[in-house]
Design a protein around this ligand. Structure first.
Ligand SMILES: O=C(CO)[C@@H](O)[C@H](O)COP(=O)(O)O
Ligand SMILES: [Fe+2]
Length: 250
């Protein structure tokens, strides 16, 4: 009997270790505050964290890489002071010279620096600079960029962001045809954090979850809801269920 129990415990431990190793990622929901009342960004960030957000997705636009302007590192510094040290800031850098803002963003309190592959000629060096500044590394691709272009960097980054709209504005229509990129990345890099951004909400989350995305940016669907807590919970449940299903299918 003792031996049987021991065998069961060690088999369970092996299964757990295997699952943990091969599926290291988890479901995380990061509201994009672009669609909120920009005059109250601090309280909007606090509100999102209180509603169960896992992290905050902060959209930086320079009016050059994308046809819109938002804010830069001085605002991030103020937000960090207002929300405290805990919330994870995923900086979505929609800017033309991403190298320029690595150090200022790190000093302002950014947690992850997500730059666009299209915006740099030397991704390897930029990844190194971000790491030296003690931030995590995110690498984003616009709808027109293939995953094959991102793939050579995938083992050096913490997160791949597959844009599901043309970057620049919140409230756009989700592009279903980006899902094969997510599925391919999930099949090639089973433990990579994969984020989707643009038009993601209760109507589109299942496609993202089934394709293999685990970090979900949602702007207007969360911010403009009367019940953001429920929307965040729904998005997380959809992703968690898909992760569990994938682990059982293996
Ligand atoms: O980066 C962007 C847009 O460029 C996004 O982060 C959007 O701000 C997300 O908003 P919704 O599409 O979810 O409304
Ligand atoms: Fe974004």
């Amino acid at each position: 009997m003792y031996l049987t129990v021991c065998r069961f415990v060690s088999a369970t431990a092996r299964l757990h270790a295997h699952t943990k190793h091969s599926m290291a990622y988890s479901a995380k929901i990061g509201p994009s505050i672009l669609s909120s009342d920009l005059s109250c960004l601090g309280s909007e960030c606090v509100r999102m964290m209180e509603c169960g957000a896992d992290y905050l997705h902060l959209d930086v636009m320079d009016g050059h890489f994308v046809p819109n302007i938002t804010f830069g590192h001085p605002m991030v510094e103020c937000l960090r002071k207002s929300v405290g040290q805990d919330p994870f800031f995923d900086m979505h850098m929609m800017v033309s010279r991403p190298e320029q803002w690595v150090k200022p963003m790190a000093a302002a309190g950014a947690s992850q620096y997500t730059f666009h592959l299209e915006a740099t000629t030397n991704p390897g060096n930029l990844i190194k600079e971000i790491r030296e500044s003690r931030m995590k590394v995110g690498l984003a691709i616009k709808p027109g960029t293939t995953v094959e272009e991102l793939a050579p960097w995938a083992n050096q980054i913490d997160m791949a962001l597959v844009m599901t709209v043309e970057p620049g504005f919140g409230g756009q229509k989700f592009m279903d045809d980006m899902m094969p990129k997510v599925s391919w990345l999930r099949s090639q890099f089973p433990s990579l954090d994969i984020e989707v951004d643009g038009g993601v909400g209760p109507d589109t989350i299942h496609k993202c979850a089934e394709a293999g995305a685990n970090m979900i940016v949602s702007g207007s669907a969360v911010i403009s809801s009367d019940d953001p807590r429920s929307v965040i919970a729904l998005l997380r449940t959809a992703v968690a269920e898909a992760i569990q299903k994938r682990s059982l299918d293996r």
